[in-house]
Ligand binder design. Structure first.
Ligand code: HEM
Length: 162
């Protein structure tokens, strides 16, 4: 019975947006600052770990990562995709930015739903991003927990109208 109540609490907690504490927002911002200019490296690591994601990009589908990584087209895409996170991270931690966070995230959901991107693929993207962060920023339990809350919120809003 205790387990059931705990399981229900966990389910309820992950089914809503949970505000980040000031400390958590600052941990997310300071750790993101350590990698935010590594756009190409981040997208390359996501493609390497998930060929099914790479396959959805017409310009890069089926190509060897090493042959595309240094191209201008790849830098442009990486800048857009990783830059989106910079925009989001820049807005978190300030209550008055919440409407803008919803708008940006819902627009991303609409554009990706129209492309037929699945929620499972967003899950793969998230796992690879967290893996990249854990290997490239000062990482610890508190940083991991802060990112977990931030990404739970982001993906909750992103996928709730899917
Ligand atoms: C949270 C994760 C993601 C973020 C932040 C993100 C961000 C973006 C952004 C900002 C763009 C350009 C603007 C637009 O067209 O909407 C874009 C385009 C695109 N995204 Fe994503 N994306 C994510 C996940 C994915 C995943 C998982 C896939 C595929 C499985 C995907 C496939 C695409 C494609 C195919 C395009 C168009 C590329 C082109 O112009 O050729 N995205 N994404």
């Amino acid at each position: 019975m205790k387990f059931l109540i705990l399981a229900l609490c966990v389910a309820a907690a992950s089914a809503a947006v949970v505000p980040l504490s000031a400390d958590q927002a600052s941990l997310v911002k300071s750790s993101w600052a350590q990698v935010k200019h590594s756009e190409v490296d981040i997208l390359a690591s996501i493609f390497t770990a998930n060929p099914d994601i790479q396959a959805r990009f017409p310009q890069f589908a089926g190509k060897d990562i090493d042959s595309i990584k240094d191209t201008g087209a790849f830098a442009t895409h990486a800048g857009r995709i990783v830059g989106f996170f910079s925009e989001i991270v820049g807005l978190i931690g300030n209550q008055s930015n919440v409407p803008a966070l919803y708008t940006l995230t819902e627009q991303l959901a609409a554009s990706h739903k129209a492309r037929g991107i699945s929620t499972a693929q967003f899950g793969e993207f998230r796992a690879s991003l967290v893996s990249y962060l854990s290997n490239h920023v000062s990482w610890g339990e508190n940083v991991a927990a802060a990112w977990n809350v931030a990404l739970d919120n982001f993906f909750f809003v992103l996928t709730s109208n899917y």
